[in-house]
Design a protein around this ligand. Structure first.
Ligand SMILES: [Zn+2]
Length: 326
């Protein structure tokens, strides 16, 4: 692995590579960004490039430093992860003890602290002393999804690097390669840019059910009868996913309406529910573009009202009535 494989975080990769070349590496970094954006990959690459014999800013993947890091047993390169729910003081002490010995293989030492926001207060205070030790050739790389939960005293000692979210198609590709169902993946990645959250949605049974239900819901709305209200009552309000679940349902509904709009406009590449083209085509015959645009507005308005803590059931009923009156 080399910096080239960190191309989805090119801006950060370039900065780090340059700082190694110019011998201006910080004592401590904090990599902040959502799950799946490549923090750990970049941290590994930074560590490897620092220890690699080549010393030109990149790693060679051939020298004994690179090989030992790849196989996970370099004495001057450590990865610390939460032990259970948190990173504990003993883990930080262990690290300090390890590093108080002279560097075995090289003059530099590197450690990565994954989920650094999960440090206990004692662990964080212990780390703080470690970070303040002057004159050492130690590079700390802290990783977090929640920089706001880090102690300000630690934040202020780190060079903070914010990792950009991955683009939509990239996230879809990653989750698809894990065997998740593409239409669900496309909807989930539209709801959230966080890869971990999107994965959880794709794996939740209720999410798959909601996606099927919005299709039926729109069918009922178009029928203009009372089915829509009854269906909503029975399936959706009783499905106890709380306000967040209803908000996700409304997202799915908006995407379904938008899919029909794309179908009208012959923009198939933008459609999320690729497995429902037939139903989409049938509904497209009964929804004009004007109706769809108005309907999307109504559903978005409903989402807003729910976010402002309106009564979910009344708000959804109002939405149905508004939709049927368009
Ligand atoms: Zn090397």
């Amino acid at each position: 692995m080399s910096w080239q494989e960190c191309s989805d975080q090119q801006r950060i990769a370039t900065i780090l590579r340059q700082s190694i070349k110019n011998d201006r590496v910080a004592h401590a970094y904090l990599f902040a960004g959502g799950r799946g954006v490549g923090k750990r990959r970049v941290a590994m690459q930074l560590g490897k490039s620092l220890l690699c014999l080549r010393q030109d800013g990149d790693s060679c993947d051939q020298c004994h430093h690179c090989l030992r890091i790849n196989s996970g047993n370099h004495p001057d390169f450590h990865l610390v992860e939460p032990d259970g729910a948190s990173i504990k003081i003993d883990q930080i002490r262990g690290l300090q003890k390890e590093f108080s010995l002279r560097a075995v293989e090289s003059k530099r030492k590197v450690y990565i602290l994954d989920h650094a926001d999960k440090m206990t207060v004692q662990a964080a205070n212990s780390l703080l002393k470690f970070l303040e030790e002057p004159g050492s050739e130690v590079t700390a790389i802290l990783l977090t999804e929640n920089p706001h939960q880090m102690l300000p005293t630690i934040l202020s000692r780190c060079q903070v690097m914010h990792f950009a979210e991955l683009p939509f198609e990239k996230r879809v590709g990653l989750l698809k390669s894990e065997g998740l169902y593409e239409p669900l993946v496309r909807n989930a990645c539209q709801i959230t840019a966080d890869l971990g959250q999107a994965r959880e949605l794709c794996q939740a049974e209720w999410f798959a059910q909601f996606r099927n239900q919005v299709l039926q819901l729109n069918e009922d709305v178009l029928e203009k009868g009372s089915h829509a209200l009854v269906g909503l009552q029975e399936k959706i309000v009783k499905n106890d996913q709380g306000t967040q679940g209803i908000s996700n349902l409304l997202d799915l509904y908006i995407y379904w309406l938008r899919d029909i709009l794309f179908f009208h406009m012959d923009r198939k590449q933008d459609i999320l529910n690729l497995d429902q083209l037939e139903a989409m085509g049938r509904q497209a015959l009964r929804c004009s573009k004007t109706w769809l645009l108005r309907a999307i507005q109504i559903v978005m308005g409903t989402k807003d009202r729910l976010a402002r803590h309106a009564n979910p059931q009344l708000t959804l009923e109002r939405m149905i009535i508004e939709l049927q009156e368009v």
